[in-house]
Design a protein around this ligand. Structure first.
Ligand SMILES: C[C@H](O)[C@H](O)CC(=O)C(=O)O
Ligand code: MG
Length: 394
């Protein structure tokens, strides 16, 4: 069957939440004194927005086929990523068949390798790749998860990330991942406060509910090891992204030093098969957490996931909304998914990429049926109420 070819690739920028989920208003739990690598500077300790965590905004990629069908995707990347998509990546798609995603990915990656490889450029590549899969699904009138091999279970189950695991438990989630609030610069007092927060949540949630700490790259090996051992008493299930993503040696040491039974997780700021190969070959962690919109898109995630499967490593994508759901439902080594609680007080379920997508599915009672994904492509539309800005053309 011959599909229409790709006519045009367009890149837009949107502000306010959505795929740049750190771009929230005042008083949101996600910007309330969370430990970061910048917290050693007192002036950047209280708010992540103060050092620019939301500086990029959302990148929207649209790919229009010659029959007028449009696939799209959102990721973090904003204006600089829009430039890369319009001025550099578009050439590898226009006039081609959307079925050629392997060759297109290869050309996008190696065509930008001299200034790319990770970070913003791979976010841009991921956005294009996801828009391509959305287009392919729409042209074939199939959900992306069918194109990835079909569901291996009937439903997804979710843990929640947010400041209120106790409320998440009441909403049916299988666990709650809390932001760590105090880093090494806040000394022993901060460490005690971290453990006290965990103890309080353990008390409220009972023994069987999963509790995890998200450390957002803020710690050093010594602090992370001490935190893990003190948290053992309160049944911490995993310690996430404790160190810099570049410190593969530190992660390998942390995995060895962590208490028996506590998992070490990382990878949300890692990219491509080569980055994840390093994490796995160096035995840095028990779970890898690629963000589908940052790691290279679905085309690359399939390779990362196959590598992880062969090593008995779980793949639990970071955030990623529908891009994660369509992937996780198809993989045996992705037994559950993350749901980021984007309500400002983490007290209700709100679509993860709100307000940018229409039809974005959300868990009910901590679960989502595979059939909820049964729409062409990723099954969502761009919300026409959000203002798109196209800063560059080609
Ligand atoms: C809560 C974390 O600091 C971050 O905002 C989100 C994250 O790392 C995760 O969902 O994982
Ligand atoms: Mg995280």
């Amino acid at each position: 069957m011959t599909l229409p070819t790709i006519k045009q690739v367009r890149a837009y920028v949107v502000r306010g939440g959505g795929a740049d989920y750190h771009d929230q208003g005042d008083g949101h739990w996600i910007d309330d004194h969370i430990a970061t690598p910048m917290a050693k500077y007192p002036e950047y300790r209280q708010s992540r927005q103060s050092f620019g965590i939301n500086v990029l905004g959302t990148l929207v990629v649209e790919i229009e086929a010659s029959d007028g069908t449009v696939g799209f995707a959102v990721t973090t990347g904003g204006e600089p990523a829009a430039y890369i998509v319009e001025k550099h990546l578009a050439r590898f798609l226009e006039g081609r068949s959307p079925t050629d995603y392997e060759k297109i990915w290869d050309q996008m990656y190696f065509g930008t390798q001299y200034y790319g490889r990770k970070g913003l450029v791979v976010n841009a590549i991921s956005g294009v790749d996801l828009a391509l899969w959305d287009l392919l699904g729409k042209l074939r009138q199939e959900p992306v998860y069918h194109l990835l091999g079909g569901a291996v279970r009937d439903e997804l189950s979710f843990y929640a990330t947010g400041a209120r695991p106790d409320l998440a438990k009441g909403m049916g989630f299988i666990g709650g991942k809390m932001p760590l609030h105090h880093g090494p610069a806040e000394g022993e007092e901060g460490l005690k406060k971290n453990i006290q927060e965990l103890a309080t949540m353990r008390e409220r949630c009972g023994d069987d509910f999963w509790l995890m700490f998200d450390c957002w790259m803020a710690l050093d090996l010594n602090y992370a090891t001490r935190l893990a051992h003190k948290a053992k008493e309160y049944g911490l299930k995993w310690i996430e992204e404790a160190l810099s993503p570049d410190d593969y040696w530190g992660y390998a040491a942390l995995k060895k030093a962590a208490p028996a039974g506590m998992l070490v997780t990382t990878g949300e700021h890692e990219a491509t098969r080569w980055g994840f190969r390093m994490l796995m070959e160096m035995e840095c962690c028990d779970i890898i957490q690629p963000d589908v919109g940052w790691c290279g898109g679905v085309t690359e995630l399939l390779k990362i996931s196959a590598m992880a499967d062969s090593r008995g490593v779980m793949v639990i994508p970071h955030g990623s909304s529908v891009y994660s759901y369509h992937f996780v439902i198809t993989r045996h080594n992705s037994p559950f998914a993350e749901f980021l609680m984007m309500a400002p007080k983490a007290d209700q379920v709100q679509p993860m990429f709100h307000p940018q997508l229409l039809g974005e599915p959300v868990p009910e009672n901590g679960r989502l049926k595979a059939t909820a994904l049964d729409k062409p492509g990723f099954g969502v539309e761009l919300n026409p109420a959000v203002t798109l800005h196209r800063p560059y053309t080609h």
